[in-house]
Write a protein that binds this ligand. Structure first.
Ligand code: CA
Length: 232
């Protein structure tokens, strides 16, 4: 059974999420207290954590930093406002995804499923990553689109691979610059944009008509299955 830990200080929201997830077959633990949440992560080893950023005892960002020091558990940050800067900071600190209140249970469960799929996939590194008609073989460094082999440069492949390894989730510009261009403190956005547009061309799409590569304004880029998920 999948264990979801919810760290949320609003009793009404907490109760609602717990009830709904339980009704869908998830096991849940919940706390209103950030530091107790950290203890539960260590003791109970949940499969996924839903972390409210606005907690009374500790800032969500500080808590996330502490969680990442002790655990690689997938973390979905729950934020009350659509604050791009804050969302980018949490993703840079190692959150796996975020969701903005108010949200539907369907949306929440889809995010939970996506991060779980991802954390289970990483255990099988030799398996190609399949996203819709895209197939990315990290070991062989090859990619195909609808069975047709893609002729990608080294950086284009690295960029696609970085996105594919977190398919469905937003990867921040800073994360991409760090992983693909070894520039952990940020670098030229231009370089990233140019490579993105080259990659888009090879995937038969453009920034104005995205299919697989969806720009999340002010945050980063998500690789999605165009048949499964509308751009958000
Ligand atoms: Ca709160």
């Amino acid at each position: 059974m999948t264990l979801v830990l919810l760290v949320e200080d609003d009793a009404r929201i907490r109760g609602g999420i717990v009830r709904n997830l339980a009704a869908r077959g998830y096991e849940t633990r919940a706390t209103s207290n950030g530091l107790e949440g950290l203890t539960l992560i260590v003791d109970e080893k949940p499969d996924v954590v839903l972390l409210d950023l606005g907690l009374p005892d500790i800032s969500g960002l500080d808590l996330l930093r502490m969680v990442r020091a002790v655990s690689t558990v997938p973390v979905i940050v729950v934020t009350a406002r659509d604050d791009d800067d804050e969302i980018v900071r949490t993703l840079d600190l190692g959150a796996d995804d975020y969701i903005v209140k108010p949200f539907s249970v369907n949306q929440l469960e889809a995010r939970v499923r996506a991060v779980l799929r991802r954390s289970r996939d990483t255990e099988e590194v030799d398996q190609p990553i399949v996203v819709g008609g895209l197939r990315i073989d990290l070991a062989a460094r090859t990619a195909t689109l609808e069975g047709r082999s893609l002729d990608l440069s080294r950086k284009e492949f690295d960029l696609l691979a970085a996105l594919a390894q977190r398919a469905g989730r937003v990867v921040t510009r800073r994360q991409l610059l760090a992983e693909v261009w070894s520039q952990p403190f940020g670098g030229s956005d231009k370089t990233l944009d140019v490579h993105l547009s080259w990659l888009r061309k090879k995937l038969d799409e453009s920034a104005s008509r995205p299919r697989y590569l969806v720009t999340v304004h002010g945050v980063g880029v998500r690789l999605v299955d165009p048949g499964e998920e509308p751009p958000r």
